[in-house]
Design a protein around this ligand. Structure first.
Ligand SMILES: CC/C=C\C/C=C\C/C=C\C=C\CC(=O)SCCNC(=O)CCNC(=O)[C@H](O)C(C)(C)COP(=O)(O)OP(=O)(O)OC[C@H]1O[C@@H](n2cnc3c(N)ncnc32)[C@H](O)[C@@H]1OP(=O)(O)O
Length: 301
């Protein structure tokens, strides 16, 4: 699936593949390179083959200050994911953050506030694409959640096959959209219901819950809570457990479980985009976003 089609020239320019050792297919040392496997990526996404785990890549999100999912960042994530999916030397991805204390602050509010309908439509298509790419990935995708993870950051985490969260009370996770005066799209809701059950999801969505680690574990929004300095090693050991399963059987099973949920969006992607554009363009919603952005600024004192 050519994801660069339709990208703005600037975005396409941003994503020129980094210089790589000739012949260094991801996961294999290039002939004569001598120094092992090279990383690849782009300005906001660093992908490093895990030196301790053959076939595993660590994808580090580094869009400071808060890994907010801007259009450029989404595009870089999508292209990195596509590269990894297409490189058969890889069987698993650990997604983590390089921004201290923050996994991802979710969708970039500035992509939705004061923007014209055409931009909002382009942005929402990229949001849909990232979810579909992660949620339906043939690779094992493990979230090494080393920071706070509201809204879109929570969706990214929920789309992984397994979630390891650092036991830091500041690292809350949840779909908090109602606190912004907006609503989680139905496919965000679907993934939460699939993960924590209908009643827990209904309550969490309406109240915009951000679960601290202990509650997140109890409700099931994450699978494991570990000390902060063990998140990456725990993700790696869980990855080994998942990679012990034959890929084809695991992939067919993942598809069996997840395709009905993904199909609900796939069957109405354009309608969902139009719904989003209509909703986000409402004066009342733009006002809510303005108020929320002002609160974020005032918070800094
Ligand atoms: C019919 C319905 C159809 C469709 C559905 C309709 C609508 C769905 C629409 C949207 C769905 C949205 C899902 C989302 O993801 S919305 C985003 C939710 N995110 C949040 O609520 C997090 C907000 N941020 C924070 O709480 C904090 O920033 C923090 C805890 C993540 C980090 O706190 P810090 O104190 O470390 O950092 P700050 O000083 O707060 O922030 C630094 C800097 O970054 C800016 N920023 C923070 N978050 C965002 C963001 N999500 N988008 C854009 N910018 C963000 C913040 O303003 C600061 O900027 P300045 O340095 O002041 O310029």
């Amino acid at each position: 699936m050519a994801l660069t089609v339709g990208l703005r020239p600037l975005t396409r320019a941003l994503l020129r593949p980094w210089a790589r050792v000739p012949g260094a297919a991801l996961g294999r040392p290039a002939a004569g390179s001598g120094d092992g496997v090279r990383c690849f990526g782009s300005p906001r996404v660093l992908v490093e083959p895990d030196p301790a785990a053959v076939g595993v890549a660590v994808m580090k999100m580094r869009n400071p200050p808060v890994n907010s999912l801007s259009l450029e960042f989404l595009t870089e994530l999508l292209i990195s994911l596509e590269k990894l999916e297409n490189d058969k030397t890889f069987r698993g991805i650990i997604i983590t953050s390089d921004c201290p204390g923050i996994f991802s602050a979710g969708l970039d509010l500035l992509e939705m506030y004061g923007r014209d309908p055409a931009h909002c439509a382009e942005y929402w298509k990229a949001v849909q694409e990232l979810w579909l790419r992660v949620y339906l990935s043939n690779l094992v995708v493990i979230g090494a959640i080393n920071g706070i993870s509201p809204a879109g950051g929570c969706l990214l985490s929920l789309s992984c096959d397994y979630r390891v969260l650092a036991n830091n009370p500041k690292y809350a996770i949840g779909l908090n959209e109602t606190l912004l005066g907006i609503i989680a799209p139905f496919w965000f809701k679907d993934v939460l219901v699939n993960t924590i059950g209908h009643r827990a999801a209904e309550r969490a969505l309406q109240l915009g819950f951000l679960f601290p680690p202990s509650d997140a574990l109890q409700v099931g929004i994450v699978d494991q809570v570990v000390p902060e300095d063990q998140v990456q090693s725990t993700a790696r050991s869980v990855m080994a457990q998942w990679l012990a399963i034959p890929d084809h059987a695991r992939q067919l099973t993942k598809n069996l479980v997840r395709k009905p949920t993904a199909d609900r969006l796939l069957q109405q992607r354009d309608a969902d985009i139009q719904n989003f554009v209509r909703f986000i363009s409402r004066d009342s919603i733009q006002k809510s976003l303005h108020v929320y952005l002002e609160k974020l600024k005032q918070k800094k004192g």
